[in-house]
Design a protein around this ligand. Sequence first.
Ligand code: NAP
Length: 252
Amino acid sequence: MSGLFDLSGKGAIVTGSTRGIGRAIAEALIEAGARVVISSEDAADTERVAAELGMPGIACDVTDNAALERLVAEGEATLGGLDILVCNAGITGRAGPFAEIDMDDYAQVMAINLTAQVLLCNHALPRMAARRGGAAILISSLSGLRGNGRINAYALSKAGVAQLARNLAVEWGPQAIRVNAISPGFIATELSQPLLDNAEFMARRMAMTPLRRPGTPAEVAGAAVFLASPAGAFVNGHNLVIDGGTLITDGS
Ligand code: NAP
């Protein structure tokens, strides 16, 4: 492992790391030398994946603030110090226009995708500051950067996540904490499976993506290693888009 991307001796917590993008990020951080606390709301999944990866597991429903506080405190104690926080757990909620929004669904999407990231950072960043260094990575989405007729609360929550990264970067930068967002485009996971199964949608959606294919979780994970590692040491408050070129798609 090149020193630029070396995370030996670092401790990390990754929420939603039992599958998909979160698991790929956990695996990449481990490969770079970090120890990673595996976590999702499902205790059995958390235990299974933690055992598969040879890492500690702490189950946590991110809508429960007391559980978030425990995750950070116990995670830090287990790791012997917290250097990296990846706020990844997220749900899509119900698709449709805002005019027809279900406010219970809206509240749940905001609680999991946005409020939990605020609370997690508030629990974790002071602990990192006490160690004079750290990196937080907030998983946003391409949907927070474009208009959309169907993705409602999800896109709104993800736009908020990118702004949270900018605000926290300003707040914590003086204490050597970097906070960045990652905005994946269309990545093949359980979350995107209903769309992957929709041939008409996929034909339209892939025509917008210069690489003409969905991304893989591993293709997002490398960016997390970059942002957590010495290679990313001067990157702060950024929103790194990983979308096969969808955002800059041919406007001609
Ligand atoms: P996924 O395969 O559905 O995995 C989601 C993970 O989040 C699971 O581990 C799940 O664990 C966990 N989670 C969900 N609700 C939770 C809660 N209340 N408390 C704790 N953990 C919870 O999703 P993914 O596609 O990997 O997405 C990961 C992140 O990337 C999300 O923030 C998503 O919005 C974002 N993203 C994804 C795409 C994409 O195309 N896939 C694109 C842009 C952004 P449980 O099974 O225990 O609930």
